[in-house]
Design a protein around this ligand. Sequence first.
Ligand code: AMP
Ligand code: GLY
Length: 430
Amino acid sequence: MRVLVIGGGGREHAMAWALARSERVSEVLVAPGNAGTAREPKVRNVQVGAEDIPALVQMAREHQVAFTVVGPEAPLVAGVVDAFQEAGLRCLGPTADAAELEGSKAFAKAFMARNGIPTAAYESFDHLDAAQDYIREQKAPLVVKADGLASGKGVEVAATKDDAMLAAERMLSGQAFGEAGRRVVVEECLQGEELSFIALVDGEDVLAMASSQDHKPRDDGDQGPNTGGMGAYSPAPLMDGPLYERVMETIVRPTVRGLAAEGRPYQGFLYAGLMVDERGEPRVLEYNCRLGDPEAQPLLFRLRSDFAELCMAALDKELNATTMEWDPRTAVGVVMVAAGYPGSVERGDPIDGLDEPEPADTKVFHGGTAIDGEGRVVTNGGRVLCCCALGERVSDAQAAAYRRVAGIHWDGVFYRRDIGAKAIARENRG
Ligand code: AMP
Ligand code: GLY
């Protein structure tokens, strides 16, 4: 059968690669894809934008696609799954109603409050006066968030009340994130260690994926500006059995039950960004209505089950009878970014070192790459590549991933040198 992946980043390259490994899949189309998906066996790019919903529906019909999987949040929030369903096409992801969990932070916070799901104390505001009154009464640090989608940039962790006031002003005036910032959430700043919890959901039943951990700040030692993610690993040693039970019982199952009860049944990948405090209590920082990027790259690199079968089980509401098998080793993924990221970046720099034979147990997933007029692979975005490797210990996987990174170069390439360090510290404490 032929399947379709919507999106063109590193997560989508990993999804296309995982689907292409399935014996049941003859061809994977990716809209619009990148240079990595263009060069992947059994995978073909189609020049349709990830947010052009009518063209996506038409293309899926014309190519007789058996099912579609959506990578990024924007088409989900805009209703791509609703449009596919109306056309009688199978499409894995939440409908626009359910994707509001990511599309509106004010909705997500109110939903958590109604359903008793642990999260930071908060208020949401449409007007600056009320936001400022509230900020005055709170203790710094505070977190100010644009309500709508802002490409992962709509969150400001403000060290002082003055900074929080300024952030609220820039957002509410429309200056910072346009319409997405016309409503803000102001919340308590949580302390602890962040963890990504991702599950596949079929409307009712939940199948948790292996644990993973992202690295949001740009620089080593978690310094510098926040990014979409500079690297990830799976499993995350922080996620032990008791914490897993706690997350499922207090967060994931109540979320899925609550959405169903409110008439927004959730199907697709559900991502809870968690803060785990020193007592081991998890709270939700945010929901995402999709797989994480870069978490998907090390996760899918470790997946031993047939990814196409898993997607179909979710579409058929058969997750209660399904399991996921994982490579017991650790996967580490190091993201290589273009100069200037997370700000604006140059495009079109030729990338050297991609034609070397891929060493065993490593894989370079492409993100912002393209093939230029001369057939060269060039940079085409901020997060360019994610070099993944498997290893018995986290330190082995990390060393193998950085060996791969060392062989790749372009002008202005940048990456963190400490991806996996927290897990290695835990491993060494043993
Ligand atoms: P979000 O887009 O909501 O994931 O926020 C981006 C990042 O901001 C998170 O990954 C955290 O590092 C940080 N963050 C968000 N909310 C909070 C909070 N309430 N307390 C502390 N850090 C937060
Ligand atoms: N890695 C975080 C995200 O996908 O939002």
